[in-house]
Ligand binder design. Structure first.
Ligand code: SF4
Length: 484
């Protein structure tokens, strides 16, 4: 039996799904990270930098020369500078490698501090810290207290690089100590599993919990055309019960087996293979002209960069608006702030100036209303005008959800699933690198980065504008389809 080396991240991958761990070890060529993951990694780096700045005398253990060099560097620091906080302190025991975000000396031992970009302690953080603490314990390091250092989402950035108060330290020593005795069992189990073939595990809620798995595309390739997980809000209990009965595809679920009306509707339409559009949709035709179709793009920062903003606040930097006149003429207006300064106010002002005094403003989902309400709260002098816009908002999502379903939507009413079934020529796949909100955020960050060269910047601006325009054009097509 091969004794596989494990790291904390490998063990955590196994806790999410053993197949994920197996694939990470044997088929890392299949890993595909989405743009949301890239954003999360970037946010994590930034958070770590700010956390380290709270310990000005701390020393970083580099990983540039590999694990053994990092372990040796840590050992030397502990001997030669026993009072110094260590960042990325690296330890190995029982062939398990861990790197501790901050190891801080205290009376008769150490404080182990794990830095996270989340805004609260999550269940998986306890297991994460238990693995760290177990390895340190095996390596002879006395850990007295374990802290989870996470973002305080009530922090308001005062500017000038002052991040005091950004973090909240939670003592999780008790919870972690209870888990530590389980760690050797996890390690043994994963080693045995890695000495066997690829585990047969169905896709399910674990694929997105606690993180989006990088093997989703691979596992989807093995799935049936209409897997059970596409039933809206299917509970793990129901999914497990159906699977135990040998049912893997929505079309094989017997009539009367589902108690949820929405799930039954999806089952029925998937079996017929025919889309369903109820006559109720005709009410959309009653809305007058001009009609506005609005979409915002927003950015969120774990570590706020603009004065007066909080962590993870959705801050608009761009909008697109299609305007449909009674004559059938379609106009397009857009706004994108590339200055790198706080873009929220200019976004709001440009919108007020562009959108006329009357006519419905269509949006897909409640997000545009949330963004407008946040702008109202932030800029009281613009509140009256912005309120007039929210009063005219018409959310298309509940209308579509109530009146339309196509088997190709696979249980989702997101605009990206609905649009190809109504207007295949407007498929999001036809866009460039920016095809979703996460990629839009990443692209915006590249644009405002002074190190991005001018030519690349222009290309990114074009991509971003095209993506947002596509979103509002999608709504125009959607309303046209529903009004037929
Ligand atoms: S996609 Fe889901 S089933 Fe496949 S490896 Fe990842 S978590 Fe496991």
């Amino acid at each position: 039996m091969t004794k596989h080396y494990l790291s904390k991240s490998k063990i955590m991958a196994g806790r999410q799904c053993e197949k994920r761990l197996w694939l990470e070890v044997y088929r890392s060529d299949l890993i595909e990270y989405g743009s949301d993951v890239e954003q999360r990694f970037a946010a994590g780096d930034n958070v770590n930098d700010i956390a380290r700045a709270q310990y000005p005398d701390g020393v970083l253990v580099s990983y540039d020369h590999g694990a053994n060099a990092a372990v040796e560097h840590t050992r030397r620091l502990l001997t030669e500078q026993p009072d110094t906080p260590i960042f990325e302190a690296t330890f190995k025991a029982h062939d398990v490698l861990v790197r501790v975000d901050v190891l801080k000396p205290c009376r008769e031992g150490f404080e182990l501090i794990e830095v996270k970009s989340s805004t609260s302690v999550k269940d998986h953080h306890y297991a994460d810290s238990a693995v760290q603490t177990w390895v340190l314990k095996c390596a002879g390091i006395p850990v007295k207290t374990i802290y989870l250092c996470h973002i305080d989402n009530q922090f308001v950035y005062p500017g000038n690089g002052d991040y005091r108060g950004l973090f909240h330290y939670e003592d999780i020593t008790e919870e972690v100590r209870e888990l530590i005795r389980e760690v050797p069992q996890w390690v043994q189990r994963y080693r045995e599993m890695l000495n066997s073939g690829e585990p047969e595990i169905e896709m399910g809620s674990q694929c997105e919990d606690p993180y989006s798995c990088p093997f989703i595309d691979y596992c989807r390739g093995e799935e049936t055309e209409y897997p059970l997980r596409h039933l809206p809000r299917i509970s793990p209990q129901l999914q497990n019960a159906l699977t135990a009965e040998g049912i893997e595809d929505i079309r094989d679920i017997p009539e009367g087996r589902l108690s949820s009306a929405t799930q039954e509707r999806v089952r029925r339409i998937t079996i017929t293979g025919e889309p369903e559009l109820t006559p109720e949709t005709a009410e959309i035709g009653a809305y007058g002209y001009p009609r506005y179709y609005l979409d915002f793009e927003t950015i969120q920062f774990a570590v706020p960069i603009w004065e007066g903003t909080r962590p993870y606040q959705a801050l608009p930097f761009q909008w697109s608006c299609h305007i449909e006149l009674a004559s059938g003429e379609l106009q397009h207006e857009e706004y994108l702030d590339t200055s790198g300064n706080a873009p929220m106010r200019t976004c709001a002002e440009a919108l007020i100036e562009t959108i006329g005094k009357e006519g419905p403003i269509f949006a897909y989902g409640s997000y545009e209303k949330t963004v407008l309400n946040a702008l109202i709260a932030r800029y009281p002098d613009l509140a009256e005008e912005l309120h007039k816009l929210t009063d005219r908002l018409v959310d298309l999502l509940p209308i579509v959800r109530r009146t339309y379903y196509h088997p190709d939507m696979h249980g989702s009413w997101s605009i990206k699933k609905v649009l190809p079934t109504m207007a295949p020529h407007l498929d999001y796949g036809s866009l460039g690198d920016v095809q979703d909100g996460s990629a839009a955020g990443t692209t915006y960050l590249q644009i405002i980065n002074p190190e991005t060269d001018t030519v690349e910047c222009r290309r990114l601006v074009r991509e971003l504008l095209a993506y947002c325009e596509h979103d509002t054009l999608a709504m125009v097509e959607l309303v046209k389809y529903l009004s037929k």
